[in-house]
Design a protein around this ligand. Structure first.
Ligand code: AMP
Length: 397
């Protein structure tokens, strides 16, 4: 899949038109205050283009999980406020999604204005991709733009269903996500190195299988490394492990060997005697394995060196999932070392969303990466080679 095959906002006439834009404004909130506005800021290029081209911009998004009913703590009000500050004019918030307030605001807009609908997930029909709800949303506008990469892997009314009733194109954010990741997968600058970490092998099987046919090196970190180790008979103490995935893990190792992919597992681990930030620590080597009563919570110093060396000189790096419990300072070293190696490699570097993106940004390497995806689940599904419903629904070029 490649968004370049899909129409973008530049391929249609938006002047004087009411344009419904699905954004990903699912921002973190604390006591009603936005703690990180990256997702709002990322949507500005599309919004500004539409405003500059005399569209009447009707924005919508979900926020949190209100489970199909109005709940004030999930109101889009903080987003409307932040959008107004960023755009320099008032973005009015409708009191509902497809009700009287939304209809009235949408009907009375002028060119170059923007409004925001209430949280689309205040309607249970949204996540069911209910045709009636999709149609009601579509009736507010003349054109639909999807720019919510973070929910593009969901077939919901506002992310896919609405495209059945309106001309449907993608915005700049989706275009950028797909073109950066699509190019890396289809025509990578080599050597192509993938780094996969995080909690579970089972979450990443699809990605591993898709990448095995494309990469030169596959680096494994995080808890998922221990399933591979245990499957090969190594002692892993009380490390997280998916015992029902041993055959799969061994099969992946075998496939990597057959395809000539360099497959790297940790040579050592920083371990704790319990799953707690203040646990007693020791470093266990692959030669002896992890002692009873200890669990691997981060890659160790020898592994940092091995991985940094494998990343050095890469042409393209794709990274999804931290190397350890990077939320805890004492087990963040492996993730920091890998982030540093990626930043210094000069490679085209693509960071999957979710935990890896948060880790890279928190550790201060955000601006050193070529691309940090705005979608965790969506980028994983894209790397699995799956079709994202929110993009498939858009009009072909
Ligand atoms: P994921 O969402 O699959 O990318 O997994 C990210 C989570 O995996 C983070 O919350 C990490 O704390 C956790 N994680 C990474 N390595 C380990 C480990 N060795 N043991 C336990 N949890 C881990």
């Amino acid at each position: 899949m490649n968004a370049l095959n899909k129409k973008t906002i530049e391929d249609i006439d938006v002047s004087g038109k009411r344009v419904l834009v699905r954004c990903d404004f699912n921002v973190p909130l604390k006591d009603g205050v936005i703690t990180n506005d990256k997702r709002i800021v990322s949507s500005l290029p599309t919004i500004r283009y539409l405003l500059d081209h005399h569209a009447k911009v009707i924005l919508c998004s979900h926020l949190g999980r209100p489970k199909g009913e109005f709940k004030p703590e999930f109101s889009m009000a903080p987003v409307a406020k932040r959008l107004s500050e960023l755009l320099g004019f008032e973005v009015k918030l409708a009191k509902d999604v497809v009700g009287e307030s939304a209809k009235e605001l949408a009907a009375n807009m002028k060119e170059g204005e923007a409004i925001l609908l209430e949280n689309v997930r205040f309607h249970a029909e949204e996540t069911k991709n209910d045709p009636g709800f999709s149609k009601a949303l579509a009736s507010l506008a003349d054109v639909y733009v999807n720019d919510a990469f973070g929910t593009a892997h969901r077939a919901h009314s506002s992310t896919a269903g609405v495209a059945d009733y309106l001309p449907a194109v993608c915005g700049y954010l989706i275009q950028k996500e797909i073109s950066v990741m699509g190019t890396a997968l289809a025509d990578p600058k080599r050597p192509f190195v993938a780094i996969l970490g995080g909690a579970k092998v089972s979450d990443k099987i699809g990605v591993i299988e898709n990448l095995l046919g494309k990469v030169d090196t596959l680096i494994i970190g995080g808890a998922m490394a221990y399933t591979f180790k245990a499957a090969s008979g190594e002692a892993i103490g009380t490390s997280l492990c998916e015992r029902d995935k041993f055959d799969l893990a061994n099969n992946i190792v075998k496939q990597a060997a057959e395809k000539g992919v360099r497959f790297l597992l940790p040579l050592d681990s920083r371990c704790g005697d319990q799953y707690a930030p203040d646990c007693n620590m020791l470093i266990a080597n692959v030669e002896e394995g992890i002692p009873d009563g200890y669990m691997g919570l981060d890659i160790g110093p020898r592994t940092e060196e091995l991985y940094a060396d494998a990343i050095k000189g890469a042409g393209t790096v794709i990274w999804n999932g931290p190397m350890g419990v990077s939320e805890w300072d004492r087990f963040a070293a492996g993730t920091i070392a890998v982030a540093k190696a990626v930043a210094e490699s000069g490679a085209i570097s693509i960071i999957g969303g979710g935990d890896s993106a948060a880790a890279v940004e928190k550790l201060g390497f955000g601006d050193k990466m070529t691309h940090i995806s705005t979608g965790g689940g969506a980028s994983l599904e894209f790397l699995e080679g799956l079709e994202l419903p929110g993009i498939a629904a858009l009009n072909d070029k």
